[in-house]
Design a protein around this ligand. Sequence first.
Ligand SMILES: [Zn+2]
Length: 143
Amino acid sequence: MPDLATISAFLGSIKTATEIAKAIKGAELSLEKAEIKLKMAELISALADVKIQAAEIQEVILEKDKEIAELKNLIQTKSQLTRENNLYYELSDTESRNPLCPHCWEVNQSIIHLINTLTSYLPQFDSLTCLMCNNSYKRLKIP
Ligand SMILES: [Zn+2]
């Protein structure tokens, strides 16, 4: 993945191309035709490097934009959850109180509702299972 070294190389290539162009302009009359052709070939090569490096930098910017969008979405989702007794609930879910899997949320930031499996041997507890990660949780039954 391109990084600050790519940006440094990009700026270096621009400087090289600029210096070659200045050399051609400043010595137009004194340079032989063959030397001008050679300098022009160097300039074209330097500009090709600039084009490749600019494309790499553009790719990094697009990846960063995507990452920022994902993080903004995660912050938005996180603000809509509340944690009670080790289980997460959506703030908007005030009636059904359907808990979310804490493992899936904390590890993968996935919103997975737990299923009441009705297998608890303790009558005062619900037995809740995540169908994604198969973790089970106990929750004191809501009266
Ligand atoms: Zn889970």
